[in-house]
Every structure is written in structure tokens, then in C-alpha cells.
Design a protein around this ligand. Structure first.
Ligand code: CA
Ligand code: CA
Length: 430
């Protein structure tokens, strides 16, 4: 940013206007200087919007008062630019420590890997099948949660080792993780506490203002099968908006899927912080307790394909945290469901050629990729039921399966070499 000198040494109003109008472009220079991608930059801009806006107002004020002159404005803007650069660097550094970038650090001790999903939509009216934990948010310039305490919830409503908390309604006590049976959120009354498409029960994860720095974690570890390979979760979230907190210090909502090694499945990862009212899908509501606003998103649904993890014990984990500095809350309502591996979800592996189409008694698959030597085949019907599994022996880059026992229809063939699984569809017509 450079100002042309003018005779009076004061800034001309049109020059000030030009800077204000160009302010976003000035900010974009930051993005390019640090080579930050657009999505990260937009998140940065949302999270630090209050600081960036306030700096813009301060500039305008000083310019109009004549404090900024042609001789000092370039130095002022340069200092401001450096300040914003430092903020952006801090943001990118914090991002590098969140679970999206780091692996193996989010697996909590769970007692049971269920052979299939268990009470996944809470329709038993309990937390049976689920584990709940409580942790402290110690994040500062990077993400840091204390070691979570807790474990299986069993047939009771409430998280293990949860502190007693107050949740909106005077005189009531609640848990870090609680079954919801109806009603609306006490603060954002537009939010039903049970998902409109989630049956009779949902769950609330997190707390209001007490205790401070609380992080609630709810998870389930289960074996992915063709019958539950499409995992759908629904959430409605409320995150108070603290001014002047860094990215990693803010209340957050996070959904993680962990593979059998505890590594984050990155394609399914979601992390949301309270940021600005401009955040897509969010509305704001006044929170009298802190004389500020909370941002909320009403029930939203996401579907995650776990088709590549069939046979693995995966963990689905919801985490909702207060801010790390103290009094700002975060909590969410959550529900979940599963559906069979859908025929439409199956991406035919590009290295496979399947013939004949349709097949009658024999199915042949040639495999163009030399790095994949299948040792086992499993055939699923369209409901996700495994019809048969058998060992296969690849000869001349091809396998042949006896499919004479199958009725007419569309099927999914899953081949594994012991490490990876690949899939394709085939049709039987006799
Ligand atoms: Ca439900
Ligand atoms: Ca709290």
C-alpha cells in the first residue's frame, strides 16, 4: 500500500476511501505472501474478523482525525500488515496441530469393538453401546486437550465420570452427554432437541457455562460391514462467540472417524469453530449470561461412506469443547443412523474388467493393476448382506467365481489382498 504525496501532507478523503474500499484486497495480499489456500484463508478471515474489522475502523478514525498523514501512513499500514501476517502465521501453525493434520492422538480407551453398530441412533433411550469422556480444553497457540476420563455408558443416561453441570434451566442438573427426548434448546429455541428425522431420541454433548473449559466426547467403536457402511450423522450445534480468542482457543465442534489404527480418516473429518455470523448455515442468538452472542446451526445431516473400511473396527467420535480461556461454551445435539453399502455408492474399480454382462454361472474379473493380488472375494447383495465369501487364486491377472447360486439382481463384489479392499458391481440375469 503506497500513498501518493499531496500538497497538504494530510490524507485526501478519496485516498482514505480508496484504502477502505480496497481493504479486503489488502488482506488478500497476506494470503499470497504466505501461500495460504483459499479455504484456509476464508476460515482465518472468519475467525479473526472482529480483529480485522476493528483495525479497519481504527485506521478510518485516525485518518479522518488527521493523525495519519502522507508522511506516516505507509509506516502505519506496514506495521498493520505485519500484525496481520503474525496472526495468519499463528492461525496456520494452530491448524497444523489439529487432528486433521496429526494422527494417532484421538483414540480414547474404549472397552468394546461391537461386531456391528449398536444403538447407533439412541433409540433404546439410553447411551448403551456408546462411550463418553470428559476433558479440559487447554489449547493456547495449538490444540491441547487434557487426557479424557470416562468410558462405557452402559444402560444409564449420562456420561461416565461427568461433572455436574447446569444447562440453561435454573435448578436442573445435567450431564456432559445426555439423552434428549423432546423440547427445544433453551437458548436457540428454533432448534428441536431431538432430530426431526432421528426417531424418538437424540443426544446432547457438551455443557453451558459451567464448568469452564469443558470438553465432552462421545464415541462408539464398531466393525464396518456392508450392512452399515453408509454412516449418517445429524447435528445441531451452538458455539458461543468469544472476542479476541485465537483459532485454537475458541469453542469447537468436531466429528472424527478413526480407522482401526486410531488414525483420523481425513475425508470424513469435520471441525467447526465459532467464528462469525457470516458462517454458512449459522444464525446468532443473544446470550444474556455473558452479554454476547452464540452462533448456532440447526439440524444438518452428513453421510460418510465407510465402504473402504469394511471388516475394520472404526471409531465414530463427536467432540464439543468450551473455549480454552474459561467462560465460553459449546454444545451440540447429535443423532446417527446407518444404511447398507448402496449400489450407487460403489465405485467400480478402474483396474477391473468384469464379464460377461450380465453373468449367469461364471463371473470373470481381470485386474490390470499388478500391485493388487486378491486372495479373498466377498459378494454382497443390494441390502448389504454378505451372500458368500471365498478364497480366490489369481491366474494370469484374472479370477473366476462360481456365481451359479445367485438369483437375478445386482451385486457388489469386494476383493481384498489382505490389506486393501477394492470393489465393483456385477449383474446376474439367467
Ligand atoms: Ca435417534
Ligand atoms: Ca462450559
Amino acid at each position: 500500500m503506497s500513498f501518493g504525496l499531496n500538497a497538504q501532507n494530510t490524507l485526501q478523503s478519496e485516498e482514505v476511501e480508496k484504502v477502505l474500499v480496497n481493504w479486503p484486497q489488502e488482506q488478500h495480499a497476506l494470503q499470497h505472501r504466505l501461500d495460504v489456500n483459499k479455504q484456509d484463508y476464508e476460515t482465518f478471515f472468519e475467525v479473526y474478523k472482529s480483529t480485522l474489522d476493528s483495525d479497519k475502523r481504527a485506521f478510518a478514525k485516525l485518518a479522518w482525525k488527521g493523525v495519519l498523514t502522507a508522511s506516516n501512513v505507509d509506516a502505519y499500514m506496514s506495521t498493520l500488515f505485519e500484525k496481520h501476517m503474525a496472526l495468519l502465521k499463528q492461525f496456520m501453525s494452530a491448524k497444523a496441530t489439529n487432528p486433521y493434520a496429526s494422527t494417532q492422538n484421538h483414540k480414547n480407551p474404549t472397552s468394546t469393538c461391537y461386531p456391528s453398530d449398536s444403538n447407533i441412533g439412541f433409540e433404546k433411550g439410553t447411551l448403551s453401546g456408546w462411550n463418553a469422556y470428559y476433558a479440559i480444553n487447554n489449547s493456547s497457540s495449538s490444540f491441547n486437550l487434557s487426557a479424557p476420563v470416562g468410558g462405557t455408558c452402559g444402560n444409564v443416561t449420562g456420561a461416565a465420570n461427568d461433572p455436574t453441570t447446569n444447562m440453561g434451566t435454573a435448578g436442573t442438573t445435567d450431564y456432559q452427554v445426555s439423552i434428549m427426548t423432546g423440547g427445544t434448546d433453551p437458548l436457540a429455541t428454533a432448534i428441536p432437541r431431538v432430530s426431526p428425522t432421528g426417531g424418538n431420541y437424540s443426544v446432547r454433548v457438551g455443557d453451558s457455562t459451567n464448568p469452564d473449559q469443558g470438553v465432552a466426547i462421545l464415541n462408539q467403536e464398531f466393525t464396518v460391514t456392508a450392512a452399515n457402511a453408509q454412516f449418517q450423522y445429524q447435528y445441531a450445534v451452538l458455539l458461543e462467540n468469544p472476542i479476541g480468542h485465537t483459532y485454537s482457543e475458541q469453542p469447537f465442534f468436531s466429528v472424527l472417524f478413526l480407522d482401526q489404527n486410531g488414525d483420523t480418516i481425513k475425508s470424513a473429518y469435520q471441525f467447526i469453530v465459532a467464528s462469525s455470523a457470516n458462517k454458512a448455515g449459522f444464525d446468532s442468538v443473544f446470550y444474556a449470561g455473558n452479554n454476547d452472542y452464540a452462533y448456532y446451526k440447526n439440524w444438518t445431516s452428513n453421510t460418510v461412506s465407510l465402504a473402504s473400511y469394511i471388516g475394520q473396527c472404526v471409531t465414530v467420535q463427536f467432540e464439543v469443547g468450551d473455549c480454552s480461556l474459561g467462560g465460553h461454551f459449546g454444545y451440540a445435539y447429535i443423532d446417527a443412523s446407518v444404511a447398507p453399502l448402496g449400489i450407487n455408492e460403489v465405485q467400480d474399480n478402474s483396474s477391473f474388467s468384469v464379464y460377461p454382462v450380465p453373468a449367469t454361472n461364471k463371473l470373470n474379473v481381470t485386474i490390470a493393476d499388478n500391485s493388487f493380488t486378491p486372495i479373498q472375494a466377498t459378494v454382497y447383495d443390494i441390502t448389504g448382506r454378505a451372500v458368500f465369501t471365498e478364497n480366490v487364486n489369481m491366474q494370469k491377472n484374472a479370477i473366476t467365481l462360481d456365481v451359479s447360486r445367485l438369483d437375478n439382481g445386482v451385486y457388489i463384489l469386494m476383493l481384498t489382498d489382505g490389506n486393501t479392499k477394492r470393489q465393483t458391481k456385477f449383474i446376474i440375469a439367467k
